[in-house]
Design a binder for this molecule. Sequence first.
Ligand code: GDP
Ligand code: MG
Length: 177
Amino acid sequence: YGDPSQKIDYVFKVVLIGDSAVGKSQILARFARNEFSLDSKATIGVEFQTRTLLIQHKSVKAQIWDTAGQERYRAVTSAYYRGAVGAMLVYDITKRQTFDHIPRWLEELRGHADKNIVIILIGNKSDLEDERAVPTEDAKEFAQKEGLFFLETSALEATNVEDAFLTVLTEIFNIVN
Ligand code: GDP
Ligand code: MG
């Protein structure tokens, strides 16, 4: 993905947040490298990956930050949020608790990040429909109330992952242009 020699018009920092094991690292692996692993290890140390893509003929380098096993409440530091122009708030559609924690993550995000940050709520693991514990409507309603974009994704099946990133990056692009 991306030709490293090309000139970069924009760099957008986007942060991934949400409870442990919801699939943040696999969503990032799918987006940045088109990879997926069923036995992904918990992420160690703050890290980010980049992918450069074209939006309206401009090259945009997306710098996507992944939490490093700091998913406990208030453990993510303000350095993680600094400079972020986008955020992906991820829960697991098969684990109700991960959705119930979303308001906390949102509060923490709004406390640390720029007030104009573009936020998308993501219900991941949509391939596990048989184990669904969070109705799509509940999440849609919450997102609408809070002014967030919303999509259900599957990092495993590569469903809507590209769309989720493009939604955020295009909205950021439109704000800065
Ligand atoms: P993180 O702690 O939020 O970074 O979660 P990981 O990306 O490490 O994923 C946790 C577990 O969920 C791993 O076993 C992944 O393989 C699995 N996983 C992640 N995304 C999906 C998905 O879309 N579908 C399914 N079935 N499993 C997933
Ligand atoms: Mg991880």
